[in-house]
Design a binder for this molecule. Structure first.
Ligand code: BTN
Length: 240
C-alpha cells in the first residue's frame, strides 16, 4: 500500500499544506484529509467552501518519475480514477473537460492539481479533491451532492476506494501517460458531439461542437468548419 494517511480537524487548505510539506521533503503517497478547510481553493483562483461534514476533502502527494513536461492530461486521468471509484458504488457520474465530475449534469466534485519541481527532474504533484457528500459547497455552477441524489455512500468507504483507484491510475500514468486513459475518459465524457460554448479569460466566447480530446488531453472543438485544439487552463466549457 502506497498511502500514508494524515487527518486534520481544521486546516486552511489540504492543497496548501501538502504543497508546503512537499517542499520540505514529505514522502510520496502522503494523504491529508481535512474535516474542515478555512481557505479551501478551487481552480482558477476560486474558493472551495463546504459546510462541516458536507464534503470529502483531501489531497495526495505523488512523486512522479516523469518531469513536469510529461504531465499533460494528468487531470483527466485523475477524473478517470474518480469515475471508477464512483461507478463501483453505482453512482453514474460523467466527466466534464478538463476535470469536473458531474452527476445529473451538475458538479459533484472538483480536482485541483498543483505542481512543484523543475522541468528536468521528477515532478512532485499535489492532487486535491473536493466532493459534495451532503449539502453543496460553494462553487461556480449548479452543484450536485450524493445524499440529495439518493446515494448512500459512506465517506470513509468512498475515500478508501478513491485512494485505491488513484494509486492504480497514477502509477499507470507515470509509465504510460494519458494515452492509457484516452478511451476510458472519452467513454465517461459529458458533452461529446454536443454544442458547447468556450470561454476565455480574455476575448469573445467561441461556440462549437466538442469532438473529444487528443492524446495529450487537449480538447478538440469543431467551430466554423475547422477543428481547434484547446489546452487545459486556457478555456472553460459550458453546454450551449
Ligand atoms: C475546482 O473544481 O475548482 C477544484 C476544487 C478542489 C477542492 C479541493 S478540496 C481539497 C483540496 N484542498 C483545496 O484547497 N482544494 C482542493
Amino acid at each position: 500500500n502506497v498511502w500514508t494517511l494524515a487527518l486534520a480537524d481544521e486546516i486552511d487548505s489540504s492543497n496548501t499544506q501538502l504543497m508546503m510539506r512537499a517542499g520540505q521533503g514529505a514522502p510520496h503517497g502522503l494523504v491529508l484529509a481535512a474535516e474542515r478547510q478555512t481557505a479551501g481553493r478551487g481552480r482558477l483562483g476560486r474558493r472551495w467552501q463546504m459546510p462541516l461534514g458536507a464534503g470529502l476533502t483531501f489531497s495526495v502527494l505523488w512523486r512522479f518519475e516523469r518531469g513536469l513536461g510529461g504531465l499533460a492530461g494528468l487531470s483527466l486521468a485523475v477524473g478517470v480514477a474518480m469515475v471508477r471509484a464512483l461507478h463501483s458504488f453505482d453512482v453514474p457520474v460523467q466527466l466534464k473537460w478538463p476535470n469536473d465530475v458531474l452527476l445529473d449534469g451538475r458538479k459533484l466534485a472538483g480536482i485541483l492539481i498543483e505542481l512543484s519541481g523543475d522541468a528536468l527532474g521528477p515532478a512532485a504533484v499535489v492532487i486535491g479533491i473536493g466532493l459534495n457528500m451532503a449539502s453543496p459547497g460553494e462553487v461556480d455552477q449548479p452543484v450536485a451532492n450524493l445524499a440529495a441524489a439518493g446515494y448512500k455512500v459512506g465517506r470513509n468507504a468512498l475515500l478508501a476506494e478513491l485512494l485505491n483507484q488513484l494509486a492504480d491510475v497514477l502509477a499507470t500514468f507515470d509509465r504510460e501517460g494519458f494515452t492509457a486513459f484516452h478511451a476510458e475518459w472519452t467513454q465517461s465524457a459529458a458533452f461529446l458531439q454536443q454544442p458547447v460554448m468556450l470561454r476565455f479569460s480574455h476575448g469573445e466566447p467561441v461556440a462549437g461542437t466538442a469532438l473529444g480530446v487528443d492524446p495529450h488531453g487537449a480538447l478538440l472543438v469543431e467551430t466554423e468548419g475547422s477543428v481547434r485544439v484547446f489546452h487545459v487552463g486556457e478555456v472553460s466549457l459550458r453546454a450551449a
